[in-house]
Design a protein around this ligand. Structure first.
Ligand code: ZN
Length: 400
């Protein structure tokens, strides 16, 4: 493990290539917000669906891809277009497969895809077929690209609480079959989470994990409801958590992860601009913040891009980025022992990547050999300037 002692820490700005190489997670990504433009056009053609535009460039404009919107509700309009072509099994399989393929191409190792199956029933598909088509698409991508992925079923705030309950029942039925959690998404303002309490109660009584979009388009009261009334284990966004210091401390004390979606927050005007986003404040305060895309298509982003923006706007160095990435793996909805195995593997891999990057940039000029307690020799990487004479003379004095 690389030293986190600030005295021997060599701050280095991570390059985009380094960020892409890192093993990553994307724990907050909507299936219906993450299609490829070409796929939407292709699906519309085969399904005879009329789109507002028929080339990738014009369609991107029509759905305001990557642009700032009026508010969250305005941002959500793009889903009318994507959902129009996601009403058939083949389309759902393809959307899931391609999302996982795109994530794998930037070295996302663990993907938690969320969507609301009830939004895909316009042509009469059964909810079970919808869930299975998506799981099949993800399984095929895992076979082809090795990417691990699971599903979170989302209820929708601005649709009825009855529908949320149906969705919660699906999450319960498919627990241990690829579905790892329940979520509440949709218009936050005017639609409090407490109205969907029955759905959360059902998943909680069945020991299913839950997360909840909160503190994005409404204040800390929304986050309070998500945690205390709905029992959410993670919070989607949590952007406005800083308005309530007491709740902020509660979230921090209980290590409740925040699924931060930086660019999306700027686009939905949850924050004024990148600079005023609370990500760095939360990170410095010790909150378990994770970096996510929200919607790869609509927000026009990737996890690598989100990390690049975090580096650009907040000056995160190579060690901070390592921590942010690790937070993602720590926050995954995986069984504890499975997560521990993954964390050990990822942590070693991250150390090697950080060390290689420091070497490549001339920040690590010397390598000392130290002897571990079991007698085995271990390499120890330290900045040349801080290699002490004692370490050079008597490497065996330094123990693991
Ligand atoms: Zn979201």
């Amino acid at each position: 493990m690389l030293s986190e002692n600030p005295e021997i820490r060599t701050p280095l700005k991570p390059s985009p290539a380094f960020l892409k190489r890192l093993p990553k997670t994307d724990l907050h990504v909507h299936l219906d917000g993450s299609l490829r433009l070409e796929t939407i056009i292709d699906l519309a053609r085969t399904q005879n669906v009329k789109l507002p535009a028929d080339t990738p460039e014009t369609l991107a404009k029509a759905i305001h891809m990557g642009e700032n919107c009026e508010d969250l509700n305005d941002y959500l309009k793009a889903f009318d277009v994507t959902l129009a072509v996601m009403q058939e099994e083949k389309a759902l399989f393809r959307a899931a497969y391609e999302l996982a393929e795109d994530a794998a191409s930037e070295n996302v190792r663990l993907l938690e895809v969320r969507y609301a199956p009830t939004l895909h029933t316009r042509k009469g598909l059964a909810l079970t077929r919808i869930v299975e088509s998506v799981l099949d698409g993800l399984a095929a991508a895992r076979t082809d690209h090795g990417i691990r992925s699971n599903v979170i079923i989302s209820g929708i705030r601005h649709i009825s609480s009855d529908q949320s309950l149906r969705l919660a029942e699906l999450a319960v039925a498919y627990k241990n079959k690829g579905v790892v959690g329940f979520d509440l998404a949709g218009a936050e303002y005017d639609y409090p989470a407490k109205q969907h309490r029955d759905a959360f109660n059902l998943v909680r009584n069945n020991n299913v994990n839950s997360t909840c979009h909160a503190g994005e388009a409404y204040g800390p009261e929304s986050i309070r409801q998500a945690i205390h009334l709905c029992g959410a284990h993670r919070i989607g966004h949590g952007t406005r958590l800083r308005e309530d210091g007491d709740l902020l401390n509660y979230v921090n004390d209980h290590r409740i992860p925040l699924e931060v979606c930086l660019t999306s927050n700027v686009q939905t005007r949850a924050v004024k601009d990148f600079k005023t986003h609370p990500l760095k404040f939360y990170y410095d305060f010790g909150v378990r913040v994770t970096i996510n895309t929200d919607n790869r298509l609509i927000t026009d982003t990737t996890v690598t891009t989100e990390l690049e923006r975090a580096v650009e706007h907040f000056g995160f160095d190579i060690y901070d980025v390592r921590q942010l990435v690790l937070n993602g793996f720590k926050s995954a909805f995986l069984p504890f022992h499975e997560r521990q195995v993954l964390l050990r593997q990822i942590s070693t891999e991250l150390d090697d990547l950080v060390t290689a990057e420091l070497h490549a940039n001339g920040s690590l000029a010397d390598v000392a050999i130290r002897t571990a307690k079991d007698g085995s020799k271990r390499r120890r990487e330290v900045p040349a300037a801080q290699l002490t004479a004692a370490e050079e003379a008597e490497p065996s004095r330094i123990t693991a």
